[in-house]
Design a protein around this ligand. Structure first.
Ligand code: ZN
Length: 297
């Protein structure tokens, strides 16, 4: 018991767990706050039409599709939602759009905001540079970021977008081993599928873990491809949080008035509830928060 207690204290002090998987929370790392999860049974995601502007063969599109497919294979086996790829889109805007069609967007930013935006621009303080100038506005050392929008009370996810830092990283899709001093054309520098499979883990509600061999380890050295393959801990998250035949699982029971989904047994009085439903919806919208899930370093 004493050893366990001190291990827990150490893990909390470091802010990192070695559990087989760690679910993302409304307040990262705070188990007193709700977990993040999707409640719909189908989530459509779409790639930006431009792909990675730093390359010409555009094999990144398939690498990203393969990453989502690795997760979809697990969902098809034991989960309750379908991750479906929609058509490529021209949008370059990440975040949640409260009106109009919302897009779960996957895109590469090919230039750093520091290189293309005046340092005095208010967008840095407003955190709007990335969308306004189509640039990477986070740390140069971050490979990718998944931006997830969710309801702070319920943890229900409304939108998730993945941005790749092609301004600072040379993304590859080859299988020829790590790039050495003399690079061969098929060598691995920062592997797209390795990166994307990790980010899709954030997309579906996973945080980092230090568990050995996990796709959700926070770091990814150059040449790494091991995260392309999902580990057993990450797979078990899908079966536990998104159980087939059941609703997606919060970590803390939801209050009865905030279960997110519509009440299917209210069909008989839909005209009466139609007007009332607007109020809770607006209340929920005001609580929406945007959080940056840290990408791999
Ligand atoms: Zn990460």
């Amino acid at each position: 018991m004493g050893a366990l207690a001190s291990w827990v204290v150490l893990a909390v002090a470091l802010g990192q767990s070695s559990a087989p998987y760690v679910r993302s929370r409304v307040t990262p790392g705070d188990a007193a706050t709700q977990c993040l999860y999707w409640t719909q049974n189908r989530v459509v995601w779409q790639q930006s039409t431009v792909g990675n502007q730093k390359v010409t063969n555009h094999t990144e599109f398939k690498a990203i599709s393969d990453s989502f497919q690795s997760w979809q294979d697990v969902f098809a086996n034991c989960g309750n939602l379908t991750l479906a790829e929609g058509p490529r889109v021209d949008s370059r805007t990440v975040g949640y759009a409260r009106t109009g069609d919302n897009i779960n967007l996957i895109l590469f930013r090919s230039r750093s905001c520091r290189d293309v935006v005046a340092p005095t621009d208010a967008c840095f303080a407003d955190d709007t540079c990335a969308n306004t100038y189509d640039c990477w506005d986070d740390s140069n050392g971050t490979i990718a970021i998944t931006l997830t929008t969710y309801d702070e009370r319920t943890g229900i996810v409304y939108d998730s977008d993945i941005s790749f830092n092609a301004a600072a990283f040379n993304f590859t899709t080859g299988n020829g081993g790590p790039c050495g001093i003399v690079a061969n054309p098929d060598c691995v520098e920062t592997d797209v599928q390795n990166t994307a499979t990790h980010e899709v883990g954030h997309f579906v509600g996973l945080d980092h873990t230090l568990a050995t061999g996990s796709t959700m380890n926070p770091s990814a050295p150059p040449g790494e491809v091991s995260k392309r393959i999902l580990d057993t801990g990450s797979k078990s998250f899908v079966c536990a949080a998104y159980p087939r035949g059941s609703a997606s699982q919060p970590c803390i029971p939801l209050p009865p008035d905030s279960n997110g989904g519509g009440d299917d047994d209210d069909d008989g009085c839909s005209a009466a509830t139609g007007g009332l439903a607007v109020l809770p919806l607006l209340a929920a919208a005001s609580l929406l928060a945007r959080r940056r899930r840290r990408g791999m370093r």
